[in-house]
Design a protein around this ligand. Structure first.
Ligand code: FAD
Length: 352
């Protein structure tokens, strides 16, 4: 049930990464905010590995908007560490061993973009990781990469919002949004599929599983990524992930998921490991691989900040800031993220 009063400017539904950043920016700009977060609805932010990486794919091309997003996220998270007084932002390289000679040949060729050295270095022998990684072909080490400890970040936000008296740990019924006198922004992650106002949007949710593991006698402060990723959390403890499945979209870890991850690990890495934890979540991905941000086509008092897919850590700072400026000052939203690109779908579904 809403605690909305004449004093409230914005209700934010969801305290995952999306809702936390948006609520934080609105509060910073002096707005009265209330946040609703249902403890019984799982959050994919609390499962995520939190990796940010400007280059992807076999040929390691720059990701969408990398030149804007990566400098922005660095400054944003560093400032946030100061405000929240916690360390959660880990800037570490990602080593991507070449999986085979064909990929190695590509990186020896003149097809590699000229500015590649700006964001990665290339080695044609595996010297640094020869005791750890199976491939001896060398690989690429990316810069401007790392991981965000989302559990630490979200717990710190939870304490910050509680201390301001703006967090209500309860379910928000979407139907109640229209009767409130303030704007309601839904940041519900995967749960948006049952929101009656936004279920016309073409989501493409993807289940993912991760393991927490220990590896003895290892000295590794780099993320290793090829088929699977191994993220150093603390001495001897690592996150191993992730699976991708478009079926059984729930938060239940599976035997199959664990076996897949262990198989990929042993293909990539030499040392043995012990599993100490296993989590599953659902990425709020979208059919066109771009976020869903904006205001409902018929109801100006409700909006959405969602669709962060598997790149929430890279996308959320930039687009939470852009959406805040849109909400407060009417600045333009990037057309690629604005949900008005799907108004025809909304109308076709028999609305308006
Ligand atoms: C296995 C796995 C690995 C991943 N790895 C990475 C990675 O390495 N890097 C990366 O950038 N991203 C990664 N992701 C993706 C990342 O988790 C998402 O992009 C991001 O966390 C989504 O955040 P969100 O706030 O939109 O959703 P969520 O974190 O799911 O938050 C939604 C919140 O809304 C609340 N809620 C929903 N409905 C209601 C309601 N009606 N009332 C009250 N509260 C409600 C829920 O309780 C929840 O807290 C991964 C995801 C998975 C599953």
């Amino acid at each position: 049930m809403s605690k909305e009063s004449a004093e409230t400017d914005f209700i934010i539904v969801g305290q995952g990464l999306a809702g936390s950043l948006l609520a934080y920016l609105l509060l910073q700009r002096g707005k009265k905010v209330q946040i609703f977060d249902a403890p019984e609805i799982p959050s994919s932010s609390r499962v995520a590995a939190g990796i940010f990486n400007p280059v992807t794919g076999r040929k390691l091309v720059k990701t969408w908007m990398a030149d804007e997003l990566f400098p922005f996220l660095e400054q944003f998270y560093l400032e946030l560490e100061d405000v929240l007084q916690v360390k959660f932002f880990h800037q570490v390289p990602i080593y991507r061993p070449f999986p085979n000679e064909e990929v190695q040949e590509y990186f020896k060729s003149d097809k590699v973009p000229e500015n590649f050295a700006d964001f990665a270095t290339i080695e044609f022998e595996n010297i640094a990781y020869q005791d750890l990684v199976n491939s001896q072909l060398g690989g690429v080490t990316t810069k401007q990469s790392g991981w965000v400890d989302l559990k630490i970040l979200l717990d710190a936000f939870r304490a910050f919002f509680r201390q301001k008296g703006v967090l209500f740990q309860e379910n928000f019924n979407p139907e109640s949004a229209l009767s409130n006198n303030c704007k309601t922004i839904f940041c519900e992650g995967f749960q948006a599929r049952v929101n009656p106002y936004f279920n016309y949007l073409p989501f493409n949710p993807v289940k993912g599983e991760v393991l927490e593991v220990t590896i003895e006698d290892i000295n590794l402060d780099t993320i290793i990524n090829q088929g699977a990723f191994v993220v150093p959390l603390s001495q001897n403890t690592f996150r191993l992930g992730a699976t991708y499945s478009w079926h059984e979209l729930d938060f239940i870890p599976t035997h199959q998921g664990k076996e897949d991850l262990l198989m990929k690990y042993h293909k990539l890495m030499k040392p043995n490991l012990a599993v100490i934890g296993h989590l599953a979540g659902v990425r709020p991905a979208t059919k066109d691989r771009r976020p869903f941000i904006g205001i409902h086509p018929d109801f100006p008092q409700i909006g959405i900040f969602n669709g962060l897919g598997s790149k929430g850590v890279s996308l959320a700072p930039y687009f939470a800031t852009q959406f805040t400026e849109f909400l407060l000052f009417g600045k333009e939203l990037s057309p690629e993220v604005n949900i008005n690109r799907f108004t025809s779908l909304y109308l076709r579904a028999g609305n308006s």
